[in-house]
Write a protein that binds this ligand. Structure first.
Ligand code: 5GP
Ligand code: MG
Length: 178
């Protein structure tokens, strides 16, 4: 498939599933080297990261655990700012080597929230693995240690990423047609 329509928008093939797998393989090798003798806990941020998390996990030869979280934002009763909560984290992460697994880092707002909520629980280390990074949009200081691929500021779908709920099942990554 070279074109897909989701809701009212058209998308064109951008990165093939074969390329995605190759890049994830290379990323997995790096993690295997960096975490030799350690037992990292991958914390995958749902929903978008589910496919990447599964394929990355398959590449790991070091002993590794995985847990899945969601970020919920709500408005507190007193302050006007949005409060974030990490839902689903049942593991004690104190002293653990954490790898945050994200689908895509755009401005980095989501990543900063997750990162802050994790570091306050005193893990031994926190690194970030993302399938996609938009370097031109990213404006935060947290290092993105492992990015399988870097892309320009286009809106993309597929391989876990959605447009209004659709497109997550696509094996390739598609970008919006302008
Ligand atoms: P950030 O907080 O880094 O600006 O954005 C993170 C979230 O925005 C991602 O987890 C993802 O849900 C969404 N997002 C950012 N760029 C894209 C994109 O190109 N395609 C899709 N489907 N979602 C995106
Ligand atoms: Mg996400």
């Amino acid at each position: 498939m070279t074109n897909v329509t989701l809701h009212d928008k058209q998308f064109e093939l951008y990165i093939s599933g074969a390329d995605i797998r190759k890049r994830i393989g290379a990323l997995g090798e790096k993690i295997n080297v960096d975490y030799t003798g350690k037992k990292p806990l991958l914390i995958a941020v749902l929903n978008g990261s589910f496919m990447f998390a599964a394929d990355l996990m398959r590449e790991l030869t070091v002993q590794a655990e995985i847990s899945f979280v969601k970020v919920a934002s709500y408005h507190g009763s007193v302050s006007s700012g949005a409060v974030s909560e990490l839902i689903g984290l049942t593991e004690h992460i104190e002293g653990r080597d954490i790898i945050v697994v994200e689908d895509i880092v755009d401005t980095g707002t989501t990543l900063v929230k997750v990162y802050d909520m994790l570091t306050e629980r005193h893990p031994a280390s926190v690194r970030v693995a993302t399938l996609l990074l938009k370097p031109d949009a990213y404006n935060k200081s947290i290092p993105v240690d492992y990015a399988a691929m870097e892309i320009p500021n286009d809106f993309i779908v597929g391989y876990g990423l959605d447009y209004d709920g659709l497109g997550r099942n696509l094996r390739d990554i598609y970008k919006i047609k302008s």
